[in-house]
Design a protein around this ligand. Structure first.
Ligand code: ADP
Length: 255
């Protein structure tokens, strides 16, 4: 949308011309709207676990909990608090990336080595569902921010486990291309319906809220991947088939 400001120019008493200013406020307005939406979502997302914590604690305080249930109640409070911590950490990460207020240090990063580390960190989670990781490729260096790249790979591999089936597989392919490096994370999971594919990179967007909550999602993982890709001028794409699996590609260019 545009904002139009028009002022007549007078000489003595007659109009001899006009000054017309056309402002493109689309970008500005869009950013403003997204920010407002984000604040509303954050408040809602924080309120849900806090309400549970407060509710459980209130019952315990009043002594209304049977002795047998105390452990369950404490566990619920602990789980919700952990959820809050993960959520707040993700909110901090995305705000840092979005505001670009922090000058990140760039360095040479071998995405093959980094993928290996990330897969190592997720071994326990993968074992719980008997999921096998295959890392395919070799040394593939780019100039980038280690911390952000690690976060991006972690979120993709974590999703590839969370939304996979028992005994599934996750392939991570790291390849040098003509002008950069491609990283592909491919899973044999539940897939994403076509109608949701465009939206999963939005903040707090989830295909199935209850499933995401069960597997510990904050709804910010892919938004962090998207912002990280933007920061590195990388091209991000997703292909997915329901019940077959999902493939996410990040194409880093050296140029
Ligand atoms: P979450 O924390 O909920 O996992 P993400 O931003 O990482 O949030 O992902 C957004 C949504 O996209 C998820 O809730 C899930 O519905 C869907 N999704 C993400 N990755 C996958 C995948 N590999 N397979 C199937 N669905 C996925």
């Amino acid at each position: 949308s545009y904002s139009l400001i028009a002022n007549p120019v007078y000489e003595k008493e007659s109009v001899i011309g006009a000054v017309v200013v056309i402002l493109d406020i689309t970008e500005h307005e869009k950013r403003d709207m997204l920010r407002r939406e984000f604040t509303a979502n954050v408040s809602h997302e924080l309120k849900t676990p806090l309400t549970s914590i407060s509710g459980f604690a209130e019952l315990m305080k009043a002594g209304d909990v049977l002795e047998n249930d105390v452990t369950d109640f404490s566990k619920s409070i602990y789980d919700e608090a952990q959820r809050l911590i993960t959520l707040v950490n993700d909110i901090i990460k995305i705000s840092e990336l979005d505001g670009q207020s922090i000058p990140y240090e760039k360095e040479t990063v071998d995405l093959y080595e980094l993928s290996k580390e990330v897969i190592g960190r997720l071994e326990k989670e993968a074992d719980k569902k008997n999921i096998t990781f295959h890392l395919i490729g070799g040394r593939a260096e780019i100039i980038g921010v280690h911390k952000i790249l690690e976060e991006m790979l972690y979120n993709l591999c974590d999703n590839a486990i969370k939304y996979n089936k028992e005994n599934g597989t996750v392939d991570v392919l790291v390849n040098q291309t003509g002008d950069g490096v491609n990283v592909i994370v491919r899973d044999t999971g539940i897939g994403i319906p076509i109608s949701h594919q465009d939206r999963v990179f939005e903040r707090f967007y989830r295909v199935d809220k209850s499933h995401s909550k069960k597997v510990g999602g904050t709804g910010l993982g892919l938004a962090i991947v998207k912002h990280g890709a933007l920061y590195h001028h990388a091209k991000l794409s997703l292909e997915s088939t329901v019940d077959v699996g999902t493939v996410v590609t990040i194409a880093f260019s050296k140029k």
